[in-house]
Design a protein around this ligand. Structure first.
Ligand code: NDP
Length: 271
């Protein structure tokens, strides 16, 4: 990892209380940035904050309960960041989760929920943090990075709504990148395959077959990686996704906007 001094800069990570978001918060803190994280569940958020403070006792860290789908929550989160740090240089739109459902079993309500989550988890925080990003852009690096999925380019029928929403979001990110480029705010995304995280842990814990067979987490993920034909033969680790986010959020990628990095272990079939 290239060493970069981010002291004086502020990174905001939505969904920073678990998985990829938490690993990203860790990287930004390690590089000396001030970090603000949010999530809906207070206990999970408090646990993440404790963990980060244990590893970085001097950390400039703010943890705020916020549902990114709630406009008032998001406005309050941005307000809290402004009050505490006075700025935001990097916004990582990470909060969310996938939805496993085929066309046959996706109701209208489920479609709306999924489209709402995928679009507004980007739209709301982006809108709320834009004034601070604009100010940051005048003096240096300002960037938005979105966690997207390879499903955007390679849809899976068993995740029909998520795949469709992910493709739309890729288009949104491209438009945003062009619109914000004259203001020197870069907008990029990562396209991930399968990354070990809270949501996969929960799927493992809810897999009654695996639980009753006493299958370990390691064996369970290895078997799934094989079934899903992941060329690198394993799930990604949160820090591997976080490193790509870190690159796109910082001046390391100062001439990159409207682009994405594939972090899928080689699953992408297109050239
Ligand atoms: P985790 O479940 O470990 O983390 C998700 C984080 O997002 C948690 O901090 C969660 O906290 C938060 N979150 C979820 N919904 C909201 C919300 N409405 N408002 C605020 N915070 C929210 O999962 P991952 O790290 O895997 O997920 C990170 C992103 O990566 C997600 O957008 C996910 O869809 C995407 N992704 C992940 C893949 C994977 O294989 N892991 C594959 C493709 C995409 P809380 O629940 O307390 O709100």
């Amino acid at each position: 990892m290239i060493e970069l001094d981010l002291s004086g800069q502020v990174a905001v990570v939505t969904g920073g209380s678990s998985g990829i978001g938490l690993a990203s918060a860790e990287l930004f803190l390690r590089a000396g940035a001030s970090v603000a994280i949010c999530g809906r569940d207070n206990d999970r958020l408090a646990r993440a904050e404790r963990e980060l403070r244990e590893r970085h006792p001097q950390a400039q860290l703010l943890a705020v309960r916020c549902d990114v789908l709630d406009a008032d929550d998001v406005a309050a989160f941005a307000g809290a960041v402004e009050q505490r740090f006075g700025r935001a240089d990097m916004l990582v739109n990470n909060a969310g989760q996938g939805r496993v459902s085929t066309f046959a079993d996706t109701t209208d309500e489920a479609w709306r929920e999924e489209l709402d989550l995928k679009y507004f988890s980007i739209i709301r925080p982006t809108r709320a943090f834009l004034p601070m990003l604009r100010s940051a852009a005048k003096g240096g690096n300002a960037a938005i990075v979105c966690v997207n999925s390879l499903l955007a380019l390679q849809p899976e029928p068993h995740m029909v709504a998520t795949s469709s929403a992910r493709a739309g979001v890729l288009s949104l990110i491209k438009s945003l990148a062009v619109e914000l480029a004259p203001e020197h705010i870069r907008v990029n995304s990562i396209l991930i395959g399968i990354v070990e995280s809270g949501q996969w842990r929960r799927r493992y814990e809810n897999d009654t077959q695996a639980q009753s067979a006493g299958q370990s987490w390691e064996d369970w993920t290895r078997e799934l990686a094989r079934k899903k034909h992941i060329p690198l033969g394993r799930f990604g680790r949160p820090e591997e996704a976080a490193q790509a986010l870190f690159y796109l959020a910082t001046s390391l990628s100062s001439y990159t906007t409207g682009s994405h990095i594939d972090v899928s272990g080689g699953v992408a079939r297109h050239v």
